[in-house]
Design a protein around this ligand. Sequence first.
Ligand code: ZN
Length: 281
Amino acid sequence: MRSAKKPRRAKDPDPASAEHLRPEAAIALADAAALVHELLRRSGPALSSRVAKRIQALGQAAVAPLVAVLIDSRLRAPSAPAGGWAPVHAARLLHRLDARPAIEPLLDVLATTDKLSPLGEAVSRTLAPLKGQLVGPILDRLPTAVGGYRRELWFMLAGCGVREARVFDQLLAALAEAPEIGAICLGEYGDPAALPELARALDAHPLGLMDEPGNDQPVFELREAILELGGRLTAAQKVKYERALWTRRIRTTAPGEHLPQHPDSACACGSGRIYRHCCLQ
Ligand SMILES: [Zn+2]
């Protein structure tokens, strides 16, 4: 590991060393860009609070230079100055400023970044509080977004706290395309108007077979969303849920352990009727 030379404090030649003492308006944009770039290039996995404060002191003048660092994909490489951490620091610093002017580049970075990487995490955290400001840019991107990025946009859209037809329609589209994701998003969105569509999706979703497991996860998410929105399950939906639950349990239960009652078995109450026509109702 290369030990970075510490800049000499006493006679630091960096003309920007006292920038934070000057009024924000007096700092030329070019100066701010040079300062931000230089400070982030010299950083490592951790950003010193001194550097963070100097950049924050620039106020909104720091936003454009931070975005420039954020979108420079060369700076993400481990061989880049600061070991690839400069864009991560840029995203985190934007979180402390007014990041509204950075929404478009932040969303673009998310499209090409693993959500669970430090950069993806920093970008998501900076975007999250912007809520309603995100609706327009997300709706613009959804028609062409694919894969994990598409799912991430749906989640963000559902969490924006904005109830309007354009958003609702997109979440219904998510439900049609990926019932599991759509159910989670509509539950989060919180409008009971989604209940008929959720019920339809739950009725339509095929259960996996015991020896040929399908994906039963949508059954759990759809049920959850329906209950969350104040809806009730039909008798057939309850049975579907119990069957999915039983299939999940039998895959995770040790041979000697007790299994839950199968919906199609004799009811444990001793009535002589089968469970789904008895106490499951
Ligand atoms: Zn019973």
